[in-house]
Design a protein around this ligand. Structure first.
Ligand SMILES: [Zn+2]
Length: 127
């Protein structure tokens, strides 16, 4: 004899109990769902860097053809370039910091891509 109780109802009850015990659970589940639906990362020709730690942290990129060429790009916070309205809110600050991070990431990527492109034009023009 089988039990015909509604298992889906039990799952919903357990999920509700978990959510009530830890209010972050629904947000974590929503974040996981958004991550699953996010597009894949953009394809890039930038090889993985090795990090060089010193007075200034650098990302060192080596030629993928192993000719000995390297390019070092500074990695650091630097001064913030954030402009906020006089009556700024935490949301304004969050948006400004995210925008600053996106601009820095784009500048970093552009510098590295240009260095690699220039190296290939000068040293490996056959490719
Ligand atoms: Zn090379």
């Amino acid at each position: 004899m089988t039990d015909d109780r509604d298992d889906d109802g039990l799952d919903e009850l357990l999920a509700a109990m978990q959510a009530a015990a830890d209010p972050t659970v629904p947000e974590l589940l929503a974040q996981i769902d958004r991550a699953r639906q996010a597009p894949p990362p953009e394809v890039t020709t930038i090889p993985d860097p090795e990090m060089v730690f010193g007075a200034e942290t650098l990302a060192r990129f080596r030629c993928p053809l192993q000719c000995g060429w390297t390019h070092e790009e500074p990695v650091g916070d630097g001064p913030l370039r954030v402009i906020l309205p006089a009556d700024w809110s935490l949301e304004d600050l969050n948006s400004a910091l995210c925008l600053d991070a996106e601009v820095r990431a784009l500048a970093f990527r552009t510098n590295v891509e240009q260095a690699i492109d220039e190296h290939f034009r000068q040293r490996h023009p056959e490719i």
